[in-house]
Design a protein around this ligand. Structure first.
Ligand SMILES: Cc1cc2nc3c(=O)[nH]c(=O)nc-3n(C[C@H](O)[C@H](O)[C@H](O)COP(=O)(O)OP(=O)(O)OC[C@H]3O[C@@H](n4cnc5c(N)ncnc54)[C@H](O)[C@@H]3O)c2cc1C
Length: 390
């Protein structure tokens, strides 16, 4: 079996993995990113919406991966009331194929080695500590020894589980998502829409993210606790037919979204878990790109520091926990409580909230006010709302 040695090896070439690769390599440690697919960024399983600020924290936005800029946000209640929401945040609809490829190049330019078509299928361990990985490429098994393994293998992560980190999700903490990229849909460019209702999308919502030139991502997430496998597809089809008839479908994607509390201990001797694998997606919105970038960045920096300090035990890697606690975990636990509150709302409560907001002057149509009014019957959540939407 072919064998190599790196300081840090990263499993998965999504935003968490390539960001970890860039962060570790830029510290001067030998870093390898392994991706099972043949191209970074393909297939796309994503609505591609993200806030500009969340990218600018790490790099200047490059127009080459931006499909559209979003300035308007509209929420739709079950009875069809459209609420324009004021938001200071500017959103982007990405071209994930280009964005993920750009991130891979960013990691490479930072000094990381990257390889595609490498299916990681086992861990090298020694007395319970992680010491590397095995991967298979074209039927041939390889071994990579490493001081730190970063598991960034996405929602279906197996790598963390191999190290004994529990990442299983209960149905209530998992959304089944389906998305069409549609062409020929006449939606106002720069405006995104969210549709709520227990019949429209049980335990979730439908989104429209226009990408320009009459192309839009139209997707749905539904709670796996409330729905069987085919519901997301059927509900989305129905929605599309009602709104546009039979528009051309450019691509379709199905996928899972963790809407869970973050993994409690995403660190073991010789291992860090980041991104969807660590359940870092925002449980209220299902958005996970920014948390993948943040978690990947911290994972790479902490892994490199631990290698240099000569302590890659869970103690040597624990700085990762404090970094993500501040940047991801606290906010996600709050979002998780809010998600639980929103799931309990009846269609009547959604409609009442929409009517109350529409009775306010336009500048008061903020997300904070939407949640304050929507969750008024659950006073315990008011502090969370105030902290979440400062
Ligand atoms: C339908 C849908 C819509 C979404 N819309 C949005 C949105 O609009 N905005 C947003 O912010 N988030 C959205 N998300 C979530 C977002 O896509 C994820 O949170 C984000 O991609 C997580 O990044 P990641 O790097 O952790 O994982 P991923 O992007 O999933 O990357 C993991 C990578 O690991 C690779 N891999 C897995 N196992 C192995 C292995 N054994 N060996 C080698 N490689 C492996 C995979 O091929 C993959 O490339 C959406 C998700 C879905 C399903």
């Amino acid at each position: 079996m072919a064998s190599e040695k790196y300081d840090v090896v990263i499993v998965g070439g999504g935003p968490a993995g390539t960001m970890a690769g860039a962060a570790a390599a830029s510290e001067g440690v030998r870093t390898l990113v392994l991706e099972r697919d043949s191209t970074f960024g393909i297939p796309v399983r994503c609505g591609e919406g993200v806030g500009v600020n969340q990218l600018e924290r790490f790099f200047a936005v490059d127009e080459k991966y931006v499909a559209a800029r979003i300035k308007g946000l509209y929420m739709h209640s079950p009875d069809g009331t459209e609420v324009p929401v004021v938001s200071s945040e500017i959103g982007l609809v990405l071209e994930r194929t280009r964005f993920d490829r750009w991130l891979a190049e960013f990691a490479a330019l930072s000094g990381a080695q990257l390889r595609t078509r490498c299916e990681v299928d086992g861990l090298v361990t020694d007395n319970g500590s992680v010491r590397g990985i095995y991967f298979t490429r074209f039927g041939k098994r390889h071994k990579v020894s490493a001081d730190v393994v970063i598991a960034a293998d996405g929602v279906d992560s197996r790598v963390a589980r191999w190290a004994g980190i529990p990442t299983q999700l209960k149905p209530a903490d998992f959304e089944s998502a389906y998305q069409f990229m549609l062409a020929g849909v006449d939606e106002e460019p720069g405006s995104c829409h969210f549709f709520f209702g227990n019949d429209i999308a049980p335990g979730g919502y439908i989104w429209i993210f226009p990408k320009g030139d009459k192309v839009a991502n139209v997707g749905i997430g539904v709670s796996s606790k409330l729905c069987d496998g085919g519901t997301a597809y059927r509900k989305l089809k129905e929605f599309v037919r009602k709104r546009w008839g039979e528009p051309a479908v450019i691509s379709e994607a199905a996928g899972g979204v963790p809407v869970a509390r973050p993994v409690r201990q995403p660190v073991r001797d010789g291992m860090i878990v980041a991104g969807d694998a660590a359940r870092h997606t925002n449980p209220l919105t299902g958005g996970g790109i920014s948390a993948a970038l943040i978690g990947g960045h911290h994972a790479g920096k902490v892994a490199a520091g631990a290698v240099k300090n000569g302590d890659v035990t869970s103690n040597g890697l624990k700085e990762y926990m404090s970094r993500i606690d501040k940047d991801i975990v606290k906010a996600n636990l709050r979002a998780y409580r809010l998600k639980e509150g929103v799931y309990k709302l009846s269609d009547k409560a959604f409609n009442r909230t929409a009517h109350q907001i529409m009775a306010l002057p336009a500048h008061k149509h903020t997300l904070r006010n939407v949640f304050l009014r929507g969750l008024v019957s659950q006073p315990k959540l008011m502090v969370d709302v105030i902290k979440a939407f400062v």
